[in-house]
Design a binder for this molecule. Structure first.
Ligand code: NAP
Length: 312
């Protein structure tokens, strides 16, 4: 990689979406570089077990990422371990500025920076991630079948995922810091009608308790009386907001009110030649398979974009 090199495609982010885009771009013989500031793999790399990626009945998140990475390296995808700090759209070429001052140019930029689940930052949360603490019910709910879980939050995600977990588990505590949910009325009505969900209003979690098998309980505090108590639980699902990593999305690209990038069906943003994929993009659901699908779509569309803009 050098400043003078001109790329066909620059991919920002090395999770399943970015790596899949890299695989497809390399197979389309596009000169491609992927920029990733940390370990490739994104959120999946820190997920303990994955049971819903087709072809793998059960696979560790890190192991699945290793497979994506090996696949991308098999096609000699160039991966640069640096932070990208700015994307500057241009007419013929877009520019990507790296933290060390290097500026790379390409015809296509694929934004694949993912997103980050908000944390509660309470004792026991980080230590028990993957051992009973989860930020994704569709990913991890199955591990708690027939058990007791606690869901924290009062938005649409908390309500929807509490309902999902009630279908799998024995009991769901739904813990919210206020006495009214933020989530939509229809989801609230479904939650109120679900006998397996016990709603605990005006309450915050203060500590996640664990033993050598993982999570075993949750310390709670009543926000009105200050009274403290503990509940037994096998899992704690935390849904207190999710932030798309949109810091590097250039001005002029349309985003929704929650900060997700709006694209067309080709994953192209409102700026031609700039694509957004994976958890950064507004779509129906965030799943590994969907992130990979986005990466594929964007790379195929990038190849078409470059072909049609060649010499223009
Ligand atoms: P959200 O709407 O921001 O809700 C976050 C919830 O977490 C709120 O109830 C908030 O409480 C609570 N919370 C925040 N910080 C907390 C803390 N430190 N301790 C305890 N509780 C805390 O987030 P979301 O549910 O992930 O939804 C994000 C967006 O996606 C929303 O626009 C939502 O409508 C959308 N979404 C839609 C669907 C659907 O339509 N099917 C499904 C999922 C998500 P307060 O209410 O007191 O602030």
């Amino acid at each position: 990689m050098s400043e003078d090199e001109l790329y066909d495609v620059i991919i920002l982010g090395g999770g399943p979406a970015g790596l899949t885009a890299g695989i497809y771009a390399m197979r389309a013989a596009l000169k491609t570089v992927l920029i990733e500031k940390g370990l490739p793999g994104g959120q999946v790399a820190i997920t303990k077990d994955v049971e819903n990626y087709p072809g793998f009945i059960e696979i560790g998140g890190f192991e699945l990422c290793e497979k994506f990475l090996q696949h991308a390296k098999h096609y000699n995808l160039e991966i640069v371990d640096k932070e990208a700090v700015k994307t500057a759209p241009g007419i013929d070429f877009h520019s990507v500025h790296l933290v060390d001052g290097t500026v790379l140019r390409s015809q296509v930029v694929i934004l694949a920076a993912g997103g980050t689940a908000h944390k509660l930052n309470i004792p026991g949360e980080e230590a028990n991630f993957g051992k009973g603490v989860s930020y994704c019910a569709t990913c991890d709910g199955f591990f708690f079948r027939g058990q007791t879980v606690a869901v924290i939050g009062g938005g649409d995600t908390a309500l929807e995922d509490a309902l999902y977990l009630a279908k799998i588990t024995r009991k769901v505590y739904l813990i919210h810091r206020r006495d009214a949910f933020r989530g939509s009325r229809i989801l609230q009505q479904r939650v109120f009608a679900e006998p397996l969900i016990e709603i605990v209003y005006n309450t915050v979690a203060t500590e996640i308790q664990s033993n050598d098998k993982g999570v075993c309980g949750l310390s709670l505090k009543d926000t009105i009386t200050g009274a403290e108590r503990s509940i037994d639980t096998d899992g704690v699902f935390i849904f207190v907001g999710f932030r798309p990593n949109n810091q590097i999305v250039p001005a002029g690209i349309k985003m929704n009110t929650s900060g997700y990038v709006i694209t067309d069906e080709k994953c192209e943003t409102t700026i031609p030649g700039i694509f957004a994929v994976g958890d950064l993009r507004q779509k129906y659901a965030n799943q590994i398979v969907l992130a990979a699908a986005d990466g594929c779509t964007a790379a195929l569309a990038a190849a078409h974009y470059i072909e049609t803009h060649q010499g223009s």
